[in-house]
Design a protein around this ligand. Sequence first.
Ligand code: SAM
Length: 241
Amino acid sequence: MKNWNKLADKYEDLQTREDSLDTLVEFPIQRQLVGNVEGKRILDLACGSGRKALQLAHEGAAYVLGIDISESFISNWDHREKPAHLAFAQGDISRLRDIPELQGQQFDKVLLFQALTYSTDIPGTIADIRALLPPGGQLVLTTVHPFRFVVEKQDRLGAAPGDAYRGESFYSFPTIWDPTVTLSHATPMFSTVVNAIIKNGFCIDQVIEPDLSDTQKKKYSHKAQWMAKYFGIVAYDCHAV
Ligand SMILES: C[S@@+](CC[C@H](N)C(=O)[O-])C[C@H]1O[C@@H](n2cnc3c(N)ncnc32)[C@H](O)[C@@H]1O
C-alpha cells in the first residue's frame, strides 16, 4: 500500500499518455466489455486515480463507487469536484467483506482492472465480489497475463519457465513506472484464476488477450516490443449465476 502511495502522483500522468498501454490496449477492452452503464450501479475495485469511475459516472451510471487501498488516490477526491453519484472509499480487495461502505450493497457491475494479483486471497476476493452482485450481474476482470510473470522470473531469477509458471507465490519486482519502487504480485496460473471465478458463482462469457493493432505497432514500436516480450493482459467477462 505504501508503495502505491509513492506511485500515486506519477502513475496517473503515465497512464494517460497517448502511448501508455492503458490508453492503447487496456482501457479500450475494459470499456468495451463493461458495455452500457446507463442507470447502472457500478463498483470499481482498486480504482486507482478514479479516472475510469469518473468517466462511467459521466456516461450515465446511476451510482459509481471506487475503492482503492491507497489513501493518496482516495484523499485526492477531498479536493476535487465530482458528481453526487460518484463516491470513493479506502479498502483492501483481499477483505472486501470488511469494508464498511460495501455493507448491504448490491451492484449491477463490478470492475477489477489490473489489481487481482495484489490480493492475498484471490478466491476470497472473487467470492466477496459475488456476494455484491445479483444473479446476472457482471464482473469485468482484467489482470496481468500470467506469462508476463514467467518472463520476469526467468530474467530476474533465472527460473525455468515451467517452474516460474507453477511457482505461484508472491513475487516482487521494480515497476515499469518507477524502478525505485518495488511492487509484490501473486503470480497465479490460468487455472487458479479461472477456478476462482467459476467455483465462486460466475460463468465466464469470454476471455480476451488483447494486442496492439498493426497501426499501433508501427506508431509505438517501443510498446510493440514490450508486448512481444511480456504479453500484456487477460480480460475476463463474467456474469453471476
Ligand atoms: C495497476 S493499478 C490499476 C488502477 C485502475 N484499476 C486502472 O485500471 O487504471 C493498481 C491499483 O490497485 C491498487 N491496489 C493495490 N493493492 C490493493 C489492494 N490490496 N486492495 C485495493 N487496491 C489495491 C493500487 O493502489 C492501484 O491503484
